[in-house]
Design a protein around this ligand. Structure first.
Ligand code: SAH
Length: 216
């Protein structure tokens, strides 16, 4: 967090929310959650003073905290309800999980890097977020012991939506996942599981770090 004057902070926050709206984040519940979760708390070191810019930033283990507007658009696309049990693959900084935690009943978030999970847990405690369970696991297998989930958000890019994740989605559930073979551009997909099958819908182009199998 930065130690700027309160007025300066308030203005940065206003600009942050304005940029989100301009980029299509219009769901008032999502905007409210992103107003409450201070991104500055999840960005450490050199990049702290860029926390309110709409840009991805580096975090430890060679990973990135996503661009805020992408966090907003993905959260919005997930249509999270207050009773939902949500799985996030790719804890990273913990920012996305914290935003989700304000919108649902419980978030399970997994990352393949222990350091990221440990650091994110400390931040969740600082923020008083008690409905997040963070674990070290290979998210490409999902989290069978807690399945099924109402919602699944994948914040690393896979070649295809991983089979175990599709299987761990409840009927009526939604998954948002970036897919694509290239490192440079992927397509954000929304999957809805119906009674008889899965329905896919392409949302936009995005760029995420790859989903890597096994632990880091
Ligand atoms: N959601 C994060 C950003 C995620 S960056 C945030 O809000 O900051 C993508 C993350 O996915 C990285 O931390 C990376 O370690 C993790 N990851 C990649 N492959 C994974 C896998 N198979 N299982 C779990 N986590 C994985």
């Amino acid at each position: 967090m930065t130690d700027d004057a309160p007025e300066e902070l308030a203005e940065r926050k206003m600009r942050f929310l304005f940029a989100l709206r301009q980029r299509g984040v219009t769901d008032p519940r999502v905007l409210h959650a992103m107003e409450r979760i201070d991104r500055g708390g999840f960005v450490r070191g050199h990049f702290e003073d860029r926390a309110y810019e709409d840009t991805p930033l580096p975090i430890p283990c060679g990973q990135t905290i996503s661009q805020p507007s992408v966090v907003g658009l993905m959260t919005q696309a997930l249509e999270v309800g207050p009773r939902d049990k949500v799985l996030e693959i790719g804890t990273g900084s913990g920012y996305q999980a914290a935003v989700l935690a304000l919108l649902c009943r419980r978030v399970y978030t997994v990352d393949r890097h222990r350091r990221l999970v440990t650091e994110a847990e400390a931040i969740f405690a600082d923020f008083g977020l008690s409905n997040i369970t963070a674990m070290v696991a290979d998210g490409s297998r999902g989290l069978p012991e807690q399945a099924p989930f109402d919602r699944i958000m994948v914040t690393a890019a896979a070649e295809d939506p991983p089979g175990p994740l599709l299987a761990q989605l409840k009927i009526g559930g939604i998954m948002v996942v970036p897919v694509g073979q290239s490192d440079a551009v992927q397509t954000l997909i929304r999957v809805r599981r119906g009674e008889t099958g899965y329905e896919y819908d392409e949302l936009r182009q995005v760029r995420f770090v790859p989903l890597v199998e096994g632990l880091g």
